[in-house]
Ligand binder design. Structure first.
Ligand SMILES: NC(=O)C1=CN([C@@H]2O[C@H](COP(=O)(O)OP(=O)(O)OC[C@H]3O[C@@H](n4cnc5c(N)ncnc54)[C@H](OP(=O)(O)O)[C@@H]3O)[C@@H](O)[C@H]2O)C=CC1
Ligand SMILES: CC(=O)[C@H](N)C(=O)O
Length: 251
């Protein structure tokens, strides 16, 4: 059985991946979709042809990983595509975040992504693609979204190293680093959206379209749009203390 696995499939970027994978990879036997909102996953099945295996799981819970591990052991699928999209962020100073929120971001954005990746890798092989959803927030620290940005730096660092480790096996790892994307993310994140972010807001379908192409091309990074590619270059050439001072003014 050849499958794709998508976490965070109940909305936004993850949901868009499921939709686009279903027609870019029509030969997949199943797409395993993971998120807590089962109803959203059921609704998604009504709108696409691919067979979905609905896994309503909370990835902050250890028990969810036992379920996934058991399923992988039973089905022994070839995981052709793994998309780790589940994640969230909270806007506000670190001192204003509760320890629960901070722990939640680290657990979901870092620990769960790492666990999913390590659980699935033994089932990946030649021409399998691991697609990790990081963020442009991974490029430079982001006051006001500090813990979230730090979790995304972790994802980027982990995924770039992993890419080298699994290259020999023919597995590619592509890290997707979008700027602001129009999804439920910012409703859940609270706080207000800066003018700069509103201007740079991208559509999920375009970010995902590029990510799927970049993964198929074996690229290391997928950065959608001119503004975020400019941010990427600036973050590499301008000292971060200067960037942080500018960000303080515009974000
Ligand atoms: N929107 C943006 O501007 C950007 C987003 N990103 C990243 O993209 C990814 C997707 O976000 P986006 O689509 O925008 O936001 P959404 O809020 O629309 O999607 C988040 C997804 O994560 C799932 N999720 C949240 N908590 C859990 C949990 N405990 N267990 C399992 N699944 C969970 C949600 O499903 P459910 O609630 O049903 O569990 C949902 O499917 C995230 O990693 C985010 O950091 C990166 C850059 C920019
Ligand atoms: C939410 C995001 O990840 C986005 N790149 C941002 O920094 O706003």
């Amino acid at each position: 059985m050849q499958i794709a696995i998508v976490t965070g499939a109940s909305s936004g970027i993850g949901k868009e991946f499921v939709r686009q994978l279903s027609y870019c990879y029509p030969w997949l036997d199943e797409i395993w979709v993971i998120a807590r909102r089962e109803e959203n996953l059921k609704q998604l099945q009504k709108r696409i042809d691919a067979k979905l295996r609905i896994l309503p799981l909370d990835l902050r819970k250890d028990s969810s990983f036992f379920t996934i591990q058991k399923l992988l052991k039973t089905e022994k699928p070839h995981v052709k595509v793994l998309v780790n999209a589940a994640g969230f962020g909270k806007i506000g100073k670190v001192s204003e975040c509760t320890t629960n929120t901070i722990q939640g971001m680290i657990t979901l954005n870092c620990t769960a992504l790492t666990k999913m990746t390590t659980l699935c890798l033994p089932y990946c092989g030649k021409r399998s693609h691991v697609i990790q959803i990081a963020s442009a927030a991974a490029f430079v620290p982001q006051p006001g979204l500090a813990v979230y940005a730090a979790t995304k730096s972790y994802v980027l660092s982990l995924s770039r190293a992993l890419r080298r480790e699994v290259k020999q096996e023919g597995i590619t790892v592509t890290t997707v680093c979008p700027g602001p994307v129009d999804t439920e993310f910012f409703q859940k994140a609270g706080g207000s959206l800066s003018f700069a972010k509103k201007v740079c807001m991208a559509k999920a379908d375009q970010v995902v379209h590029k990510a799927i192409l970049d993964a198929a091309g074996g690229k290391e990074l997928s950065v959608y749009g001119i503004p975020m590619n400019a941010v990427y270059v600036l973050c590499r050439i301008i000292p971060h203390r200067v960037l942080l001072a500018v960000m303080n003014l515009i974000l």
